[in-house]
Design a protein around this ligand. Structure first.
Ligand SMILES: Cc1cc2nc3c(=O)[nH]c(=O)nc-3n(C[C@H](O)[C@H](O)[C@H](O)COP(=O)(O)OP(=O)(O)OC[C@H]3O[C@@H](n4cnc5c(N)ncnc54)[C@H](O)[C@@H]3O)c2cc1C
Length: 495
């Protein structure tokens, strides 16, 4: 439902100017409400903000923009077009995947992809055709389920859920789903590494998330010229034009509950009366703004640590005095991918042979660095902070390990000699500077005990006027689902 008209004008406080909070602000302002965003940081964007190191620009977090249609929908609902605000560039081939003895370059163009499979994984072509056919049918059934608000268990009886039951495959993993189509593990990993977007292992991640690689293959991967953070800048600009007030460096300190409703919020030691609150901060961190006694047992302070969390990330941002010959998106796989994933998600240890991702945006977009210079963004999935790793003493040796691996790639031999600026963000920094619980960047894990009705609800359990948006609520982490959470919450408020 597209609720463009509100029944009565409400005073709405949105806590956090991350992608979820910004998208919600547009939809709620369009409904005619008085909307204020309170953001604790001095800039918008949260984990999707920008990092500036002198002349070098970096996206802090997201670099993959997939399934743009949800954001298109947000813009359409407010009478705008995304293309009028940002310059979207489709990436083709999608990415370069480095295995021990081969580089695989998947394409969105199915004809080119068939040739690439024939080149690198001959004999797997029919499996790919079957994968496309089955995943297309599956996505058509699953998407309407993700668009439902799972505020009550009765939602499981919704005809859309019932129609999708045969596709949900409870108990089946992403790896076993892909094994139905493909024989060679490296090809399976090429379609499974996207579990990283949820911070999960392909062997634990529910099979429904095969939709992630399918979305890339069918609908493409986009870059936003200038950086993905431009999506936030665009939303903030429109929000301001629509009358939304964005207050930076204004952390919300407390939510007061009276008769199962939040009646006021505390900002700068002052209480402000409100009608409705939309919470966008990282779930397990921000929910602590509520007193323990008004939260469901599962989300009380002494229980938060017992929930399942995604992995964290170790990020390196390099400013370089030359251009390097890498593609825009690159994934460097461990020699033993299964062992690495086990260390990451089960043993909670730091692998000596991790898989990691490199973005070389200057390959397609010269706005990140001055002429003949470039930037490089490196993301290594590492265990969240339950692992108790001593990051201050590990940071240098782990940085060296990663740079040594990169220097072994073709054309990358003297990378270290060309670093003129460098910043590192460890899981501890994600926790302390970005306020992400346990540094678990992709929020609560996405297993079936924490999905749909079992994930924190978009209208939070037990309170009449607290709504959640962002990666920690339904439908889940990743930009498309985060924008979807904003649509669901706004529809609930407007209904
Ligand atoms: C390194 C990394 C890489 C990623 N890569 C991708 C990718 O390629 N593609 C993709 O789709 N997704 C990716 N993600 C996941 C996801 O898209 C981002 O994390 C996204 O920014 C999450 O958005 P959000 O709306 O949930 O909240 P956040 O970005 O976490 O924003 C929440 C905001 O709330 C604010 N806040 C919290 N508490 C308070 C308070 N008390 N008062 C006021 N303000 C408060 C915070 O300061 C923050 O600005 C990545 C994430 C990370 C960290």
């Amino acid at each position: 439902m597209n609720s463009s008209m509100n029944k009565s004008k409400q005073k709405i406080a949105i806590i956090g100017a991350g992608p979820g909070g910004l998208a919600a602000s547009l939809l709620l302002a369009h409904q005619g409400h008085e909307v204020t965003i309170y953001e604790r940081n001095e800039r918008i964007g949260g984990r999707s903000s920008v990092i500036q190191l002198d002349q070098f620009t970096f996206d802090a977090g997201p670099t993959f923009f997939i399934y743009r249609y949800v954001l298109d929908d947000v813009f359409k609902r407010i009478g705008k077009k995304l293309e009028d605000y940002v310059n979207l560039k489709p990436i083709e081939p999608l990415y370069d995947l480095y295995f021990t003895n081969k580089v695989f370059r998947p394409y969105r163009d199915h004809g080119k992809m068939m040739k690439e499979i024939h080149r690198v994984f001959p004999g797997e072509e029919n499996g790919y055709q079957l994968y496309l056919k089955k995943e297309s049918k599956r996505l058509k059934k699953l998407l309407p389920v993700l668009q439902l608000p799972f505020n009550t268990p009765f939602q499981f009886l919704n005809p859309k859920v019932l129609a999708a039951l045969d596709e949900i495959d409870i108990g089946k993993s992403l790896y076993s789903r892909l094994k139905q189509f493909f024989h060679q593990d490296e090809l399976i990993y090429s379609m499974a590494f996207q579990a990283k977007y949820l911070g999960m292992s392909p062997w634990d991640c529910p099979s429904i998330f095969s939709m992630l690689s399918y979305m890339e293959h069918e609908y493409g991967v986009y870059h936003i010229i200038g950086g993905l953070y431009q999506l936030n800048e665009a939303m903030a600009k429109i929000a301001t034009e629509m009358g939304v007030s964005i207050k930076l460096s204004q952390p919300v300190q407390k939510l007061n509950v009276y008769k199962k409703k939040i009646d006021k919020i505390k900002v700068n030691q002052k209480w402000i009366k409100i009608d409705t609150v939309v919470l966008n901060g990282d779930f397990s961190h921000a929910i602590q703004l509520l007193d323990d006694d008004v939260r469901p047992k599962r989300y009380k302070n002494n229980q938060l640590k017992n929930l399942q969390y995604s992995c964290s990330t170790f990020n390196l941002y390099l400013g370089l005095d030359k251009l390097f010959p890498l593609a825009h998106h690159n994934v460097i796989f461990s020699k033993d991918y299964a062992a690495y994933v086990k260390a990451l998600t089960k043993e909670l240890t730091l692998s000596k042979d991790p898989s990691f991702y490199i973005q070389n945006p200057s390959a397609i977009d010269r706005s990140f660095a001055p002429e003949n210079q470039s930037t490089m963004y490196i993301l290594v999935p590492v265990p969240h902070l339950k692992a108790n790793l001593d990051w201050p003493s590990l940071t240098q040796s782990f940085t060296d390990l990663i740079l040594t691996r990169i220097e072994k790639l073709p054309g990358m031999k003297d990378l270290r000699k060309h670093i003129v600026k460098q910043r590192v963000i460890t899981p501890l920094d994600w926790q302390d500077q970005y306020h992400v619980y346990l540094g678990a960047n992709f929020n609560l894990a996405h297993d079936f005990t924490q999905l749909l009705y079992f994930r924190p609800h978009n209208r939070f359990q037990g309170l009449k006027n607290l709504y959640l948006v962002g990666g920690g609520t339904h439908p889940g982490s990743g930009l498309p689902t985060i924008y979807q959470s904003a649509i669901i919450a706004a529809d609930l408020i407007g209904s």
